[in-house]
Each structure stands twice: as structure tokens, then as C-alpha cells.
Design a protein around this ligand. Sequence first.
Ligand code: ACO
Length: 331
Amino acid sequence: MSFINKIREKAKKNIKKIVLPEATDERVVVAASKIVKEKLALPILIGKRSEIEEIAKKANIVLEGIEIIEPLNYKKLDSYIEKLVELRAAKGMTPEKAKEILLSDVNFFGAMMVKMKDCDGMVSGSDSPTANVLRAGLQVVGTKPGIKTVSSVFVMELSQKQEEYGEVLLFGDCAVIPEPTSAQLADIASEAAVTAATVVGIVPKVALLSFSTKGSAKHEAVDVVVEAGKILTERKVTFEFEEEIQADAALVATVGLKKAPNSKVAGQANILIFPNLASGNIGYKLVQRLAGAAAYGPLIQGLASPINDLSRGCSIDDIVNLSAITAVQAV
Ligand code: ACO
């Protein structure tokens, strides 16, 4: 069974409430109706009921099973305003500003629904840049207890060479932290291992990628990755990892044997941690476009509750699939 079908089956077994705040986008409204039809989650749309009904009529779909929330008339608006003031008091948040934000930015309203446990997760981004969705998540939901870093992974489902590289690989961080420090790289690796085990169902083998394998090149950019490995060793993490390894040595058994003969991960890695956002973002897009891999994500990891970001070019199925993944993350 494909990765996404496994996720859909998992989501159906434990129905979660997922808010899709960008309900002025027709794709979102149609996706919500598909989510209901396929019994993947209970979708919530945010916006003016009359406008959403108009979109549904145009798209020839029914809104049965979809909850619609109009922020201005919402009975909990006052408690949301109060909470936002409490959360952002140190940054000068006032009740007036909080009200304005919650009524004008659906990402903040949706994130507040997640924070207040009025739903289990949020999927947004079909109509907003990644940074806007992330900021709402960071400022309202915040990080999991004990976690400092919010980052992301893409689940890359290969369409070829599965016998060589496995069905799915995780790539991180391809969406959040532009220039991670060593400690942040270690956090990204640790959270990716958690995502691999809990959402994808694979045993993590993590490669902290570089342009050097075990001392083959000297550069300060390599040192950052070496240090990340030291931090993981100090933390006594239980998953297998290899730091300072090139992508070919991480993935190809013969190359791994030659370049890193003592490694337990070389030639078998299923989680690739890129040294920075530029390489990660470019890397996943190249594999998606040139090798025809399906890219699911970015799955945001490290937040206290799941919030995931869509590409603005997403399809209706992308929204449905990411909602199912978000529901599984919420379990
Ligand atoms: N982990 C944990 N906390 C964070 C992180 C993080 N990664 N980033 C910011 N924070 C903290 C901030 O320090 C701040 O804390 P404070 O309120 O105590 O001061 C709080 O979260 C809120 O942060 P903001 O100031 O609102 O956000 P910031 O300006 O730091 O930006 C952002 C964060 C939006 C994630 C930024 O790093 C960014 O734009 N990243 C790149 C996103 C992007 O464009 N990705 C590429 C496209 S995605 C794709 O192609 C799939």
C-alpha cells in the first residue's frame, strides 16, 4: 500500500477535527467536502457562511458534515482575544491589536482554535506564504514541551529504484530554518526521527549531510555538521545517525562502504538532514521534479499541536492528503 493510502487508513481509524482556515479558496471548500465523503477527518472552515455557500454552489458540492465558523460572530472570540494578549503580552499585544489580528488573519484564528483545543490541527497555505502560516503556529501554538526548534520534513515517496533506496525517504529541513546552528541541526534530526517512527512507520537511519564525508574536506560549514553529530552523541539519542556524510555515501551501499566503512547508516540512510534551507529546499524539489518522487509536506515538526503548510500551487488532493497526515500527527 502506498504511503498516502496507509495514512488515509490511519486517519479514518481516529477521526480528528482539522481546521482549514482559507475558505475563500474554492480548492479548500471542495477539499473539505472530499474529506467528509472519504471520512478522513471532521473539517472546519473559517469565513462568512454566505460566501462559503456561494463557493460550494458554484463548485456543485454540498456542505453537509462541514463546520463553518464566522470569526466575528464566534461565541469564543473574547476568550481567543484574551489568550492572544496573554501569549504575546511581552511583545506589546493589546486587546485591540489581538482582536484586529484574529479578525483579519485566518491563520491566527485557525491556530488559536488549535491552541484552545477547539480542533486538533490546522492545514493552511493555499492562499498564504509559508512564513505567515509558520508565524501563526510559532506565536500561538508554540513548541512542544522540552522542544526548542520548529522545523520540517518532506516525505518523499519514490516512483523508481525503491528496491535500492526504500519506498519513502524523509528530507529535512526544507521549509523553516534558513541557517541552522549545530544544535538546531541536532533538533531537526531528532524530530525527523520521531516523525519517521510515528507518522511514517519506518526505523530511522539519519544522515546529517555535507559536501564532505568523514574528514574528506575542511571548511567551517562542515564543522557545523560535525558539531551537530557531537551534540546527538552527548544527548545519547537512541536512533542511528551519521554526521558529515555526502548524499551518495548516505544512500548508495557501495559508495558508503568506500567512503564511510565503519558507519551503520552509510548506504542505508532513510532520513536526509540537509545542512541549510537552501540545500534542503533545492534538494527536495530536484528529486520531486527530476526523479518523479511524490513530495508530501512540509510536515511541520516541533509545534505543540500539528499545523501544516500547503504550497500556493496545491491541488485539491494535496489539501485532502495533508489534512489526513495532520490528523495522524494529532493522534
Ligand atoms: N523554532 C522555534 N522558535 C522559532 C523558530 C523556530 N524555527 N523561528 C522563530 N521562532 C520564535 C521566534 O524567536 C519568536 O520568539 P519570541 O516570540 O519569543 O520572540 C517566535 O518564534 C515568533 O517568531 P516570529 O518573530 O514571528 O518569526 P520569525 O521572524 O523568527 O520567522 C519564520 C520565523 C517565519 C519561520 C522564518 O524563519 C522564515 O520565514 N523561514 C523561511 C520560510 C520559507 O519561506 N520557506 C521556504 C518556502 S517553503 C517551501 O518551499 C515548501
